[in-house]
Design a protein around this ligand. Sequence first.
Ligand code: SAH
Length: 203
Amino acid sequence: MNKLFLREINDSETLRAMEAVDRKFFVPEKLQSHAYSDTALPIGLGQTISQPYIVAYMTASVKAGDCDKILEIGTGSGYQTAILAELAREVYTIEIIPELGIKAKNVLDTLGYKNIRYKTADGYRGWQEMAPFDAIVVTAAIAETPPDLLDQLAENGRMILPLGPEGDTQYLVLIEKKAGQFTYSRKLAVRFVPFTRSKTDNK
Ligand code: SAH
């Protein structure tokens, strides 16, 4: 049964999406007994599926249900992608590790999601051709906000990302764009896998 513990999250749209997406499809076979634990779990290649509470928190923070277009950096297992696709009209997701991107696409195709577009790339540059985005969700930790992502945020857009040094405590930071100005608010302490950079795209 899809029973998740989501603490103070009370946004009804987010809760509906969290209920609709069964996390077991995104968790490796041998970890199925932990599928509904409120913890991150390994998905291979040194990466993790995020903790459900954090997925719900990020989804609610960017008001995914109000979005036409969302950009996600770090597809990983595809779990957060599915939650976003339940709520937004279109989701654009970028994964740097091809094997993970392909696997996630297979799962999401099998589950019937038709409003997701996938790209294998270094998400540092965002997805210029599809911008602007009403929301951007980054699921790997980085020391500073990638400037192209700020540029690709729509007016009244919202971005959430884990900011902080690798291996140390990072904070989820919510960035809101109003009248061309960005406001930053520091939220929860978190620990995400590092945002990696492609060697062929290191500008
Ligand atoms: N939301 C995902 C989290 C996966 S972990 C889930 O719940 O499954 C973060 C993912 O970000 C990893 O798969 C990692 O490979 C990817 N990633 C790291 N740096 C990246 C980059 N520069 N561009 C795109 N994806 C990146």
